[in-house]
Design a binder for this molecule. Structure first.
Ligand code: SF4
Length: 215
């Protein structure tokens, strides 16, 4: 009981601090259409949003609608997205997603998890981002930043996998704050509690951060 009480006290502190740091957190992937976000999130595996934005700008300029993307040459997609790595696999995902959306959903992104997770290259994390960004459905997508920050702040165990982290955060954070906290944790991990050289000297969470390495 004491540990749960402490955890709840800590999460309130974290929520308050992250709200001060990032009052209006936004997804940093650029998109103007629903399928563009879906594809951008799929492309973001193992790379940065900045890199994804640089290739999707070219990709969506050359193929400005889902029909043209579905008819694009996969090798051409691959060469456009080459800078982000694993481009051969990702280009197939892009092409297959465009075709699947046209065939089964009239070119639109479906608003439910089951349908999303059946699309090529779409896993739980991508589905969570899409559900919360496009449809305002509360979700906590656990990416590398959310994972690292949650562990450093002892919100989860070091041994927890991504699904366990998501479940634990869902219990600790109010449902109406899931999506916002997801964005704030990502931004905090990206710009403040970085993987290397976290900004501990200027971090108000230092007092509850038990990761001795960073004190
Ligand atoms: Fe991250 Fe350092 Fe703050 Fe801990 S004290 S949350 S490691 S920035």
């Amino acid at each position: 009981m004491i540990i749960i009480g402490l955890m709840m006290k800590n999460i309130r502190l974290i929520e308050k601090y992250l709200e001060e740091l990032f009052p209006n957190p936004k997804c940093e992937l650029n998109y103007t259409k629903d399928y563009e976000l879906l594809i951008a999130v799929v492309l973001s595996a193992q790379t940065t949003d900045k890199m994804v934005n640089s290739v999707t700008e070219m990709l969506f300029n050359k193929y400005p609608d889902i029909e043209s993307l579905s008819n694009a040459d996969v090798d051409d997609i691959s060469s456009i997205i080459k800078p982000i790595g694993t481009n051969v696999k990702k280009s197939l995902f892009v092409h297959k997603i465009a075709n699947a959306l046209l065939k089964d959903y009239n070119g639109r992104v479906p608003n439910n998890r089951d349908a999303l997770e059946k699309l090529p290259g779409v896993g739980r994390k991508t589905a969570n981002v899409v559900l919360s960004e496009l449809f305002n459905i509360p979700a906590i997508a656990v990416d590398t930043h959310v994972q690292r920050v949650s562990k450093r702040l002892s919100l989860v165990e070091e041994s927890d996998d991504i699904r366990n982290i998501e479940l634990k955060l869902m219990k600790l954070i109010s449902k109406n704050n899931w999506s916002t906290m997801h964005r704030r944790l990502v931004l905090f991990g990206r710009y403040h509690c970085k993987s290397k050289n976290p900004n501990c000297n200027n971090c108000e969470l230092k007092k509850i951060c038990v990761d001795g390495k960073y004190k």
